[in-house]
Write a protein that binds this ligand. Structure first.
Ligand SMILES: NC(=O)c1ccc[n+]([C@@H]2O[C@H](COP(=O)([O-])OP(=O)(O)OC[C@H]3O[C@@H](n4cnc5c(N)ncnc54)[C@H](OP(=O)(O)O)[C@@H]3O)[C@@H](O)[C@H]2O)c1
Length: 240
């Protein structure tokens, strides 16, 4: 396999924009979906229109065995040049009312999924002595957000994981960083009260998935070769 980027959660929203941008940057793409290969049709089409190859994998990031099987089946002992861990969900509730299911689903998807998908491929990256790993965290993980104790914990956990891993694998020429979006227009934010959120954002607008993808592209390209263990915020000034 040539220069390949793996995008975990590539079928829609921010992950889809990232996949399409990395394809335009010249990467062949492996994109994942949780349940349905059909949800990858548009990103496959866009990747192929950019002249790159697309491989779709279907597994839930919560399922450690399924993730390992799919990824090992795809890459063998090799590893992609780039891994973007983008899969994420929110199950918002005040902590006092938060159900075990709401807690577990968010931690399993947002944080355990990082282990389940990145760890099986790390040895291959280390053996090759090159790679980029980007985790999509959140402004909520930087500051904490009421009603999102589970989500904030998972996204802060990703930041900790990125920083620790950056220390472990820097000598192997593997760069590990996080991107922390603010309020980006996707299905995840469709039901949030815009009128309450926009006044908190100095740029006074929501962000577009492509604006997150551009920063991921930078972190996967030559101009970021000396950036390690950082959190790049893409939030219109929401968090400074
Ligand atoms: N939108 C924002 O304002 C915002 C802000 C900060 C951070 N983020 C983060 O950005 C990332 C993308 O969010 P988005 O806004 O694009 O949301 P979205 O449109 O809801 O997309 C969520 C993505 O995660 C994948 N996913 C969810 N559960 C999964 C599972 N169990 N196994 C595999 N994949 C799973 C989905 O794949 P399927 O479609 O196949 O289920 C989808 O690709 C998330 O990590 C989110 O927390 C978003």
């Amino acid at each position: 396999m040539g220069k390949t980027a793996l995008v975990i959660g590539a079928g829609r929203g921010i992950g889809k924009a990232i996949a399409l941008r990395l394809a335009r940057d010249g990467f062949d793409l492996v994109g994942t979906a949780s349940r349905d290969a059909a949800s990858l049709a548009e990103v496959r089409k866009g990747t192929e229109e950019a002249g790159r190859r697309f491989t779709g994998l279907v597994f839930s990031v919560e399922d450690r065995a399924a993730a390992a099987e799919a990824l090992t089946g795809c890459f063998g002992e090799d590893a992609p040049e780039v891994i973007v861990y983008n899969a994420g969900i929110a199950r918002d509730n005040l902590f006092v009312f938060m159900s075990p299911e709401e807690w577990d689903a968010v931690i399993r998807t947002n944080l355990d999924g990082f282990y389940n998908t990145v760890q099986p491929l790390l040895m291959g990256m280390m053996a090759r002595r090159s790679g980029r790993i980007v985790a999509i965290s959140s402004a909520s993980g930087q500051t904490g957000q009421g009603g999102q104790v589970n989500y904030s914990a998972s996204k802060a956990g990703l930041i900790g994981a990125v920083k620790a891993l950056a220390r472990e694998v820097g000598r192997k020429n593997i760069l590990v960083n996080a991107v922390a979006p603010g309020f980006i227009e996707t299905a995840m934010t469709a039901d949030l009260p815009r009128e309450k959120i926009l006044p908190l954002i100095p740029l006074n607008r929501s962000g577009h998935p492509e604006e997150v993808a551009g920063v991921v592209s930078f972190l996967c390209g030559p101009d970021s070769a000396y950036i390690q263990g950082q959190v790049l915020a893409v939030n219109g000034g929401l968090v400074m």
